[in-house]
Design a protein around this ligand. Structure first.
Ligand SMILES: [Zn+2]
Length: 394
């Protein structure tokens, strides 16, 4: 399959090739470059998709989703009211929504009974339609802790190990640990409160690393962020720097985050514009300011939406990325957050996140030029995942 467009964002640096082309063979990028060159590698009868006026960019990566939540008013109640047989088809719908907007890889950071893992296997086998799914399985939380209802309540080293074994056996590629509380869990720890002691978190991280898995730590509170950095987690989710009274970005800890190369997924809601109404203008500005500070300092930010929680639909990634434009980040860096940098964070830097020879043919074709106007990401012309063009199933 030959794909041509006015622009192709190619290579690890996503540099623009004008009048470019991508040749796809066996699910991989076989050749990328100026159209005339790539055309020479194509067969005379090669199927050809021409997109004048459009840009081909790497398929997007949403590094923080929950396929098991429905993004409604009360996702937890909805989940609790569904058994696995009822929930699984809904998760498949969510996966297809992600793919339809150009998300070709999604990291699921918390499901129930390994359902996201099962769905990911079906996508890989071609029996379900969706992005590549990197899943954490069931998140680690203390008894009654954040997202306890997903089934990952543990106390003590033995229980932690047995949950890890269960997740790993089901195919988990990352361990998710709920280091602090979160708004989704009624009656649980507050978002700024830690749920595990630094020692407990350290043991969890060591155990995961010994099993060869990276750790994604959910951490809103500054205290929890400090513990996560100390424990050597691989990604920090939310990283809100919340204290009982407000927000405090600890510069010394931010320095360590950068030094250790820890990725930060702020998981900004697609409806971030509503936050000043929900939390008040001053509080929202402080939240935004913390992300701005991390970006300015050079932290390795990656894109994620927390899709599935309230107000975070599975089509929200472009709206979430607009937040970083609002902060003043250049479009090239924002696109990298949702492609190459996210691929680094997910351990997929030699698989996806860039259009290079030998990489999975995960491509998004949009009208216009997203480097000139990020809003162009909404003008989806075609989505190709692992070399297969997405066709709506309904
Ligand atoms: Zn989440």
């Amino acid at each position: 399959m030959l794909i041509t467009a006015d622009r192709v964002l190619a290579g690890p640096d996503a540099h623009t090739i004008h009048d470019g082309a991508v040749l796809v063979r066996d699910g991989l990028v076989a050749c990328v470059g100026p159209r005339e060159e790539v055309q020479r590698c194509a067969k005379p009868d090669e199927p050809w998709l021409a997109y004048p006026g459009a840009t081909v960019l790497p398929g997007l990566i949403d590094a923080h989703v929950h396929l098991c939540f429905d993004a409604g008013q009360d996702p937890v109640a909805t989940l609790q009211g569904q058994d696995d047989d009822a929930l699984f088809p809904d998760m498949a719908v969510h996966a297809e929504q992600l793919l339809s907007i150009g998300v070709t890889t999604a990291r699921d950071l918390g499901d129930r009974n390994g359902l996201a893992l099962r769905l990911g296997e079906q996508v890989a086998a071609g029996t379900a339609v969706g992005p590549r799914i990197i899943s954490a399985g069931t998140p680690v939380t203390p008894h009654g802790g954040h997202c306890w209802f997903l089934g990952g309540e543990v106390s003590g080293a033995d229980e932690i190990r047995s949950l890890f074994r269960r997740n790993i056996a089901a195919g988990a590629k990352v361990i998710k640990v709920m280091e602090t509380g979160g708004g989704l869990t009624k009656g649980g720890a507050k978002s700024w409160e830690s749920q595990f002691t630094p020692e407990e978190l350290g043991a969890i991280v060591d155990e995961a690393h010994q099993a060869g898995l990276p750790v994604a730590a959910h951490a809103h509170g500054t205290e929890g962020i400090v513990a996560a950095v100390e424990a050597g987690v691989d990604t920090i989710e939310h990283c809100t720097w919340m204290t009982p009274t407000g927000f405090e970005v600890r510069e010394d800890v931010l320095d360590q985050i950068i030094e250790k190369g820890i990725h930060i997924c702020p998981a900004v809601s697609p409806h971030w514009r509503m936050l000043p109404q929900i939390f008040g203008a001053e509080r929202a500005e402080a939240m935004f300011g913390a992300v701005r500070r991390m970006a300015e300092a050079g932290a390795r930010l990656i894109a994620g939406t927390d899709a599935g929680v309230q107000r975070a639909g599975f089509d929200g990634l472009p709206a979430s990325l607009a937040f970083y434009e609002h902060l003043g980040l250049p479009a090239s860096r924002i696109l990298a957050m949702a492609t190459s940098e996210a691929a680094n964070a997910l351990g997929l830097s030699d698989v996806t996140g860039q259009i290079s020879t030998g990489y999975s043919a995960d491509l998004l074709v949009v009208d216009g030029d997203p480097l000139a106007d990020l809003g162009a990401l909404k003008n989806v012309k075609a989505v190709i995942a692992a070399g297969k063009r997405y066709e709506p199933t309904a």
